[in-house]
Design a protein around this ligand. Sequence first.
Ligand SMILES: *Cc1c(COP(=O)(O)O)cnc(C)c1O
Length: 370
Amino acid sequence: MTTFILPDTLKPRDGRFGCGPSKIRPQAIKRLAAEADTLLGTSHRQARVRNEVGRLAEGIRTLFSLPDGYEVLFTVGGATAFWDAAAYGLVHERSRHYVFGEFSSKFASVTAKAPWLQNPDVVDAPVGTAPTLSVVADCDVQAITHNETSTGAMLAPARLDQTLVVVDATSGAGGLPVDIAHTDVYYFSLQKGFASEGGLTVAILSPKAIERIEKIAHSGRYIPEFFNLSVALDNSRKHQTYNTLSISTVFLAAEQVAWQLDTFGSLEGVVDAQRKKAAVLYDWADRTAYTTPFVQSAEHRSLVVGTIDIDDAIRADDINATLRENGILDTDPYRKLGRNQLRVGMFPAVDTADVEAYTHCVDAVVEHLQ
Ligand SMILES: *Cc1c(COP(=O)(O)O)cnc(C)c1O
C-alpha cells in the first residue's frame, strides 16, 4: 500500500498530540540546549540545579495561587510511584476511590493490595462518564482523578467534609480549572500538561496533608525511605530530592510554567484558552457525520484530552496509521479501552490552530480511506 501524503498546507505545524509523553515546546528545548553545558551533568546538590528546582516550585506557587501554608513537594518516580508513597504515607486506615478508567483504578488497586490498610471503598462509574463525589464516614482519604487520561472524562475536585482530598492531576494540572484550597494533595507528573519529561512528581500539600504525613511517618509504620513523604518534604524544602532527579525534567517544566504565566497571565487565562481549543475538536466531532465525542456529558468532556469515537465503517487504527506516516503522532485510543476512537492530547503547549489542522487532516484521511 502506498502512503497517502497529506499536503503540508493542511498539516499542523507540530504533529505531537500524544497524551503522555506529550508535546514539548521547541523553544523550551532550545533554551535547555543553550544552558546545557552548565546544567546537565552537574550535581543536583549544588546551587545551579537547586535554583532550577526552586524556580519550578515558585512557578507552581504562582500558577496555582497557593494559599498560606501550602507547600510544593517533589518525589522521584512519577505518579505511579506516588500512589505507593500515598498508600504508605497519606492513607491512615482506609481510602475512598472514584474509579472511571484505567488510571483511577490503578491507585485503588495499590491501596487494595497494601496489607496495612483496610480494603478501599470504591465508587465505580462507567467509562466515558464521571462519578459523583459523596461523603463517606469511615475513610480518611478521598482519592479523586482530575482528568481520566484513558477516557477523556474530567472530574472537578471538591471538599465535602474534613476527609483529606487527594487528587491525581497528572494530565489535568495546568490545563483544567482548580481551586487548590479545595484540595489537600494535588499531585502530577510533568510529561503531560507541563510539556516536560517523565520521572518526577510534584505534589501541592495543604497544612492538613503535611500534618497527616508527619503523623504517619512517626507512627511506627514501616515506610521504605524512597516512598517516605516526610523525607521527601525535608528534601523539597531545600530544593532537593531524596535520590537523583532528572534535571532536564525540572528545567523543561519550569520553562513551561513560566511560558504559561507569560502567555496567559494566570491559570484562569490558560483555562480560557483550553476551552476554546477543546471547542474546536468537540464542535468538529459534533458536526461531522462519522465522529461522536465519547464523553456524552459536555460538562465532563476534558479540556486537555479529547476522545472521539469513529463510525464503525471506518477503522480508527487505519486513520492513525496514515496520520503517523505523515508525522501526526500518537492519537491512538487507550489500548485497554478497546474503542474505535481517536484520543487527542490538547495540553496547553498544543496550539489551537494545530488542533484545527488535525481535524482537517483526519477528514482528508477518511475521505481517502473510503
Ligand atoms: C499518565 C498518568 C499517570 C501515570 O503517570 P506516570 O508518570 O507514568 O507514573 C497517572 N495518573 C494519570 C491521571 C495519568 O494521566
